[in-house]
Design a protein around this ligand. Structure first.
Ligand SMILES: [Zn+2]
Length: 66
């Protein structure tokens, strides 16, 4: 009973396709979808916003000589 491959959803286009171990683009359905996803990463579409690490706690005021 090995002829029942799971159905997976392509992360790129959302199309359902059979999980084929011969498909080297899995979990994507095709090379195109894989490239599309890689392109998203390249365009920093998934970039995690990181706040600028500006620690002002150790800021020292200039001495007042008044
Ligand atoms: Zn796809």
């Amino acid at each position: 009973m090995k002829e029942n491959p799971p159905i997976v959803t392509c992360p790129s286009c959302g199309k359902e396709h059979r999980w084929d171990t011969s498909n080297r683009f899995r979990p994507f359905c095709s090379e195109r979808c894989k490239m599309i996803d890689l392109g998203k990463w390249a365009n920093e579409e998934y970039r995690v916003a990181q706040p600028a690490d500006q620690d002002e706690q150790e800021y020292t005021e200039p001495p007042h000589q008044a």
